[in-house]
Design a protein around this ligand. Sequence first.
Ligand code: PLP
Length: 377
Amino acid sequence: MTELKVPQNPLFVTQPLLPPLAEFIPYLQEIWENKQLTNNGPFHQQLEAELAAYLGVKHISLFTNGTIALVTALQALRITGEVITTPYSFVATAHSLLWNGIKPVFVDIDPNSMNLDPAKIEAAITPQTTAILPVHCYGHPCDVDRIEKIADNYGLKVIYDAAHAFGVQNAEGSILNHGDLSVLSFHATKVFNTFEGGAIVCHSEKDKRRIDHLKNFGFVDDATVVSLGINGKMSEVNAAFGLLQLKGIDVALAKRKRISDRYRAAFKDLKGLRYLEDVAGEVPNFAYFPVLLEDAYPIDRDTLFARLKQHNIFARRYFYPLITEFPMYRGLPSAEHGNLIVARQLASKVLCLPIFPALTDDSLELVIHLIKNAGEL
Ligand SMILES: Cc1ncc(COP(=O)(O)O)c(C=O)c1O
């Protein structure tokens, strides 16, 4: 066996996509010249138009980040009472409910998709339920048809937390066209980033207008405030950066795919390690590469996590702990362990491996080597 080299710089699970700085300067010059820094400026308008076209959606409203977009999406649809959601996500999903005074009702996930299990949703519906907030976890689409059917039957709204799902399609096109609204995050760690940023995707001009008012304090003109809005606006600098990012997004996605393909080929026959399978007709975005370490794998997840760290490789245990382990959620009846058996199991087995466009072959092969030889190291 060749000697393993510990990388000099830490290798993180992701690294932001940054185009050459020189390419960003002309955008900044333009902002300095026209002196419009925010409030639906020219770059903001251009990015909304270009993103709608790129993603294949009708309307998009940019936000300062995905969390404020989630909070606002719930306001836009006037959601109250109880909302069904997943414990297997980033904490912002559930936080957006609490910020609106809404009670989260956690439902277990499907062991294969790791998304909200549609078979378990109906049992959690009460007279107070007004909506479902599923997450396209790791960018893998939820079972949107079954969720839509349940929502239609019970008169519920559906807001997808699509923070991971930039560019993801199913057989019918963009996954963002499902549900009443979808929320994206453009945080630095995401496939497409604007440093900080986010967006709400909606299907009508009326919804877009309401969302645009809500993200600007509720102003409809300079003297009229019609709703309890917030400051959720994206600045011109962030929007300009988004326009530049968009130019390189297809190349970035292709690089991610190459890494994902390599991991899959390397782990295909590895005992005890499972990765998410492709679903026919889906266009994924390779945002994450989660692996599940089953009993047949020679060491447990936390031992592998620690061992990778010794080699300066910082994988992430997304999503451990479950949202329901945090103090503001753990007392809820739906947070009980017996209600979330699959989510709890997966949270103890999952490890997200480094995947980002600039990942070098050397680093990739080192990660693969360490994982394939975990029993002998
Ligand atoms: C599933 C999920 N929802 C919401 C968010 C919040 O997005 P932001 O960081 O842009 O506020 C994130 C990530 O950051 C996320 O992963």
